[in-house]
Design a protein around this ligand. Sequence first.
Ligand code: CDP
Ligand code: CDP
Length: 225
Amino acid sequence: GKARISIAIDGPAGAGKSTIAKIISKTLNILYLDTGAMYRAVALKAIRESVDTLNREQMSKLVENIDIKIAHSEDIQRIFLDGEDVTDFIRTPEVSIGASNVATVPAVRLKMVELQREIAKKNSVVMDGRDIGTYVLPDATLKFFLTASVEARAIRRYNELLSKGITQITLEDVKKDIEYRDKNDSNREFAPLSKAPDAIEIDTTDLTIEQVVNKIMEYAKDYVC
Ligand code: CDP
Ligand code: CDP
């Protein structure tokens, strides 16, 4: 068959990575991998076992024997933690902050990156995260870096909550969560959130999803199979 391709989509929370990556994966008929879900699953395990998500020693120990598996059913990525499908438990605010914390621990990252590279070796993929273009897949076929103002990203996430009927969380709470993670993810020593020199940056603040997809497809159209 055709040579394998890989598309890296990085950027901060709410920039539109997962929404856009899912559409690109369908259009190109390649696998979509949400790497954030992996860090979320690690955080969930830590929270359940009352392990401090910022404690390097304890976190390194916690991931020694962790079993994270990814499966795809009808376009939806499911994630398994030690054999249990935890897909529906990893989107809480507590897990979001925990994920950002565990993601600062090198031992955690090394383990997740190994899994991510293995998947990219076997499949053509569009992968979204923070360090895909800079660290996980430095030789990716195409790299994109999506951004948007903090305000726009907070409003997007807030509207998502409202549409799910969640009204206890305020826009201010959502903004604080995003700001905490932006800072934490950008300032960590190992594989921080940053734009790869060869990534194409798209500011999505004033763009619709369709406009962003169209921009990306200008570069990716040659890879439609
Ligand atoms: O994956 P990431 O955290 O980067 O963002 P997302 O979950 O894909 O997008 C957050 C929300 O913003 C979703 O509800 C999208 O529908 C919305 N969005 C938007 O309104 N306009 C865009 N240009 C991109 C995403
Ligand atoms: O969807 P959203 O952008 O809110 O978050 P996510 O992509 O699910 O990622 C959750 C957290 O995992 C991020 O805040 C990062 O700290 C971490 N992460 C990372 O460090 N590297 C990745 N490749 C993906 C996520």
